[in-house]
Design a protein around this ligand. Structure first.
Ligand code: SF4
Length: 286
């Protein structure tokens, strides 16, 4: 089996990302985000491990994808999870990528990426997407227990954006946890150097819903009403009702526009918010 696969999460028209490939040096993730979608389909997700014979397989598998393609790291793990400090497979990957003609997209919550700034600066086409869900450190610690603090993530955006284009994933938006103070978050992200906001609302799957309710029992009733009673089922996910998604996303869009930063939504099934490039790849040309 190849380490590199086509990114095609749902085989669904809801996904408007341009064609790209996906690569993860690790299986599973140690950040333990309550809302994680990947934990439902990866065995022993909370016990991350390196992929077997990764270094040997990487060069061989890179040869199979067409030059000029976009390669995203990682979509079902964080390439800078805790293991990376010692294993350095992501660093090894970046060194290898210096030799090929690909556009590289990195999605992370970790300041460990700054360790690799020397390599990132040498890549011809690279975009980094840093995820921030809230400016509230206490909320972030509950939602993403093992991920770096908000302050460290903001510092990471600031430092990276001196040298390369940075988009910010402001998602998932979980009503009502992080849907207040949206303007403050966007302003902070823009002031830190982010050039694009990518956003989406929280969708439930049975395992993440269970974790969310356990951590926030005070919201159990409202979530059951919005998701289980009035929510919209799409594929294996349950969405907030249309009008609530619309209200939340409109706020992100309006504040982004007023603050002069581009904004795109991800798999929301609201045509007026749909953008042709939703994942930060427009920044390859910056
Ligand atoms: S960083 Fe991403 S993959 Fe890792 S636990 Fe959080 S949501 Fe899941």
């Amino acid at each position: 089996m190849s380490l590199i696969t086509l990114f095609d999460p749902w085989k669904s028209s809801l996904c408007t990302c341009p064609k790209k490939y996906s690569l993860s040096p690790y299986t599973g993730c140690s950040h333990n985000c309550l809302y994680c979608y990947a934990s439902s389909y990866i065995i022993n997700f909370k016990a991350p491990r390196e992929k077997k014979d990764y270094k040997e397989r990487l060069s061989r598998d890179l040869k199979k994808i067409p030059p000029g393609s976009t390669l995203a790291m990682s979509n079902s793990s964080d390439p800078y999870l805790h293991l990376e400090k010692d294993k350095k497979l992501t660093r090894f990957t970046l060194k290898t990528l210096l030799e090929v003609d690909l556009k590289i997209m990195i999605v992370t919550k970790s300041n460990l990426i700054l360790r690799d700034l020397d390599l990132l600066k040498k890549l011809k086409k690279v975009v980094v997407c840093v995820t921030i869900t809230t400016l509230d450190e206490t909320l972030a610690k509950t939602l993403e227990p093992n991920a770096p603090s908000v302050a460290l993530r903001l510092k990471t955006i600031k430092e990276l954006s001196k040298y390369l284009p940075v988009a910010c994933r402001f998602d998932p938006l979980i009503y009502p946890l992080n849907t207040r103070g949206i303007k403050d978050v966007i302003k902070k992200l823009k002031d830190s150097g982010a050039r694009q906001i990518i956003t989406s609302t929280y969708k439930t799957k049975p395992d993440n819903f269970k974790r969310m309710i356990k951590a926030f029992p005070e919201h159990k009733k409202v979530w059951q009403e919005f998701y289980l009673t009035h929510g919209e089922k799409k594929g294996r996910y349950t969405y907030l009702p249309y009008h609530l998604r619309h209200t939340i996303l409109e706020e992100v869009k309006t504040h982004s526009q007023s603050l002069g930063i581009s904004c795109s939504t991800c798999r929301e099934d609201i045509p007026e918010f749909q953008t042709t490039v939703c994942d930060g790849s427009a920044l390859f040309n910056c």
